[in-house]
Design a protein around this ligand. Structure first.
Ligand code: SER
Length: 312
C-alpha cells in the first residue's frame, strides 16, 4: 500500500460514501482519507470538509490543503429526484465530473473514481443479460447525465491519459445510510417498514425485476477496480457489474422467511416507468475477465444480513 496516497471522497455522507469512506480509511489510514460533503458529517474518525462540489475554488483549496492524490466523486442527484429537478440534476452530475476530470488532466490528482449506473440503459436496450456494449438510449435526466459522463471519462482518458475508472452500479442495498431519490430505493425502504410496521407499500409493481447489489459487494467491487493494474482496464466508459436480480414480490417472499406475517401491497407511481426502462439483469463478464470481479452475496444472504443488522 502506498502510504503517500491521500484520498478525497466527495459525497461522503451519502449511501455509498459513508461505507466507502470507512473502507478506504481502513486501507489507507484515517488521516489519509478526507470526507467531503455539502452537509457537516457526524463521522469523526478522520478529516472532513464541508463544501459544495460545484464551487471550483473550494474544491481546489481542499485538494491543495491535503495534497490529494485520488478523488472518489460520489455526489449526484439520482433518477427519481432528477426527473423533478432536471436542470439541477444535469448541473450537479455533469459539472462536478468535468471539474474533477480537469483536476486530473492538470495533474493535481492522478486517479479518479466516478460511479455510473444501470440508468444509462433504456427501453431499447436488451433487458436480459444486458451486454457491456449495447444500445444506450436512456429516458431519464439521470441516465442521460451518466451516459454523457461515461463518454467524458472515456474522452479524458483517450485525450489526456486521465486514469478515471467507473462502474455501472445496479440498485444498491444497505443498512447504514438511506439512499435518496432513486428508483431502486424501495429495496431499502422495505426492510425498515417490514421491521417497524410489518407492512410495506411498494411504488413498483409486484413483477418489476431489477438488478441489485448488497453494499459490501459494491464497496469491494469499487476498491478492486481502483486497485487493478492500469493495463488490465479495457473499459474506459464504465463497467457493467452484477450480483442478483429480484422483483418486489420476490424480496417480500424472502423477508417473510424472517418476518412471517409481513404484508406487501403495491401502488406503482411515476417511478414504475423508469424501472420499466431498465434492464432486468446485467452481463458483467468483462469486469470478471479484466479485474476478477465475483459477487459474494446472494439475495438470501443479503436479506438475512440486512435484517440482522437493522434489528440491532
Ligand atoms: N439506484 C439508482 C436509482 O434508482 C440507479 O443508479 O436512481
Amino acid at each position: 500500500m502506498n502510504n503517500k496516497e491521500v484520498v478525497l471522497v466527495i459525497g461522503s455522507g451519502g449511501q455509498i460514501g459513508i461505507e466507502l469512506l470507512a473502507a478506504l480509511r481502513n486501507m489507507y489510514g484515517n488521516d489519509h482519507v478526507i470526507g467531503a460533503d455539502i452537509r457537516p458529517s457526524q463521522e469523526v474518525n478522520g478529516p472532513s470538509e464541508v463544501f459544495d462540489v460545484l464551487n471550483n475554488s473550494q474544491l481546489m483549496a481542499v485538494v491543495r490543503k491535503y495534497n490529494v492524490t485520488q478523488i472518489y466523486l460520489l455526489a449526484a442527484m439520482l433518477s427519481a429526484t432528477g426527473e423533478k429537478f432536471p436542470d439541477r440534476a444535469w448541473g450537479l452530475n455533469m459539472n462536478s465530473l468535468i471539474q474533477v476530470l480537469d483536476l486530473a488532466k492538470e495533474k493535481h490528482i492522478y486517479k479518479v473514481y466516478w460511479p455510473s449506473s444501470i440508468a444509462v440503459f433504456g427501453p431499447t436496450t436488451p433487458r436480459n443479460q444486458t451486454p457491456q456494449h449495447t444500445i444506450t438510449e436512456p429516458t431519464t435526466v439521470y441516465g442521460i447525465s451518466k451516459l454523457a459522463g461515461e463518454h467524458w471519462c472515456n474522452w479524458y482518458h483517450a485525450k489526456y491519459g486521465v486514469d478515471v475508472r467507473s462502474l455501472r452500479y445496479p440498485g444498491l442495498i444497505s443498512y447504514t445510510a438511506p439512499p435518496g431519490g432513486g428508483t431502486t430505493d424501495y429495496a431499502v425502504d422495505i426492510f425498515h417498514k417490514a421491521l417497524s410496521q410489518n407492512a410495506y407499500t411498494s411504488f413498483l409493481s409486484a413483477g418489476t425485476r431489477l438488478p441489485m447489489m448488497y453494499m459490501p459487494d459494491a464497496i469491494r467491487a469499487t476498491i478492486m477496480l481502483m486497485q487493478a493494474p492500469a493495463q488490465n482496464i479495457t473499459i474506459h466508459t464504465s463497467y457493467n457489474i452484477a450480483s442478483f436480480s429480484f422483483t418486489p414480490s420476490e424480496i417480500a417472499h424472502e423477508i417473510r422467511q424472517h418476518i412471517p406475517d409481513f404484508q406487501m401491497s403495491y401502488e406503482p407511481d411515476f417511478r414504475q416507468q423508469i424501472a420499466d426502462s431498465w434492464p432486468q439483469d446485467i452481463n458483467d463478464e468483462q469486469a470478471r475477465a479484466d479485474w476478477g470481479w465475483v459477487p459474494e452475496y446472494s439475495l438470501q444472504a443479503m436479506v438475512s444480513d440486512m435484517i440482522k443488522n437493522l434489528k440491532q
